[in-house]
Write a protein that binds this ligand. Structure first.
Ligand code: CU
Length: 409
């Protein structure tokens, strides 16, 4: 599936095009001026102005297309948000060793089973930070940074009171250092200050899971926003001592933003645009790392109790989480599972770096669409589907389904 020539297209064709255009343009100007037989002073002034024009404007054209804006700075504590030029060169050096992931989206069903044991214990977890190449949509090739090669990272499940020994490896093919900050941790940096790993390194963090809840974890290596805008986030569930109420199915979905120099839908290898990230103008807003990342794998039956673990990796936007055609029977706002849930909720706010736990039971079969109800983002990719099978229920929902394509669904 990989059109690897895009790398060549990106580096050679675009730069060669500019060089050819400048040379041919120069010859054309010389030729035109000689034909007009203008005096040497006018010719000199013209060339001087042309030189000034190129000096002022050519770098702007080149900087957005041929390199990360490495000169871009912030006033945050980290060195960001630009990616150093040496890392761009290292990317092209390492890309042959990087894994080409056929599908970057983590399956929403990829969740460990509920914990049955009653007593807290010691849990060992190993995660690998890995930079990979995959597709945002067919032909749109992205350098992704991940936990375990998928977006979001693995769904971690522990119990209140557990002692967690978490080892973070950084794959040797990586270019960048990485770390992990888990919002479930009580301690500086959420663990990030002890898990900073260079490519090929491993480090271990031990923490006690004191507070039950559903928490975001993410890479926090400077600049954290850049790492999250490449896909480095996931969820950790700290189950309460008594466990969560039993449901028939659980799903795992995370929203995230991607900032590319090219416009949405442009094909080829995509370059990260730090300026768009600072301004909060993503080209893609998606569920589980790519367009259609949460479409097609979630199935349920009428009458099933469904629980959705939904998180927002950000890095800028707040999600207005909504399920078209249903009402959440229960929502634990801000994923506060030790509080009483809200009942009968249409849309629930999930802040950047936050999560929610929503439960729903379907009465009527059909396709139900998960969205961020800031619906322009659906056009940027933020949607998923739950397919519900079962007997019709005409008392609750009846009518002739519009198949003209004008209904939108
Ligand atoms: Cu990272």
């Amino acid at each position: 599936m990989f059109e690897y020539l895009y790398l060549v297209k990106f580096l050679i064709i675009q730069s060669a095009g500019i060089i050819v255009a400048v040379i041919v343009g120069g010859f054309f100007v010389f030729w035109a001026l000689y034909r007009l037989n203008l005096p040497k002073t006018i010719l000199s002034i013209f060339l001087m102005l042309l030189g000034v024009y190129l000096f002022l404007f050519a770098p702007k054209v080149l900087s957005t297309r041929l390199e990360y804006p490495f000169s871009l700075k912030t006033f945050g504590p980290a060195n960001g948000p630009a990616i150093p030029l040496k890392n761009i060169l290292a990317f092209f050096k390492n890309v042959g060793r990087m894994e080409k992931v056929a599908d970057i989206a983590r399956d929403p069903n990829d969740i460990p089973a509920p914990i049955v044991r009653k007593e807290p214990t010691k849990v060992k977890i190993e995660i690998t930070a890995k930079e990979v190449v995959s597709e945002m949509s067919p032909g749109v090739v992205m350098p992704y940074w991940t936990f375990d090669g998928k977006i979001p990272g693995p769904f971690l499940r522990v119990k209140e009171g557990d002692t967690v020994e978490l080892t973070l490896n950084n794959d040797p093919s990586s270019v960048n250092p990485h770390s992990i900050d888990l919002h479930a941790v009580n301690g500086p940096g959420g663990g990030a200050i002890v898990t900073g790993v260079l490519p090929g390194e491993s480090k271990t963090l031990t923490f006690k899971a004191l507070n039950p809840g559903l928490y975001v974890y993410h890479c926090a290596h400077p600049d954290p926003a850049v790492h999250m805008a490449h896909g480095m986030y996931g969820l950790i569930l700290v189950e309460p001592k008594e466990g969560l109420p039993k449901v028939d199915k659980e799903f795992y979905v995370m929203q995230g933003e991607f900032y590319t120099a090219d416009d949405m839908g442009d094909q080829g290898l995509q370059v990260f645009d730090a300026k768009k990230m600072l301004e909060g103008h993503p080209e893609y807003v998606v569920f589980n790392g790519r367009t259609k990342g949460a479409a097609g794998n979630m199935n349920a039956k009428v009458g099933d109790k469904i629980r959705i673990y939904f998180g927002n990796g950000g890095v800028n936007l707040v999600s207005s989480f909504h399920l078209i055609g249903e009402i959440f029977d229960k929502v634990y706002p801000d994923a506060s599972i030790s509080s009483e849930p809200h009942k009968n909720v249409q849309t629930t706010i999930v802040p950047a770096g936050g999560a929610t736990v929503a439960e729903v039971e379907f009465e009527v079969p059909g396709n139900y669409i998960l969205v961020d109800h800031a619906l322009a983002r659906m056009d940027r990719g933020a949607w998923g589907t739950i397919k519900v099978d079962g007997p019709e229920n005409k008392e609750i929902f009846d009518g002739v389904i519009d198949t003209s394509g004008n209904s939108g669904h």
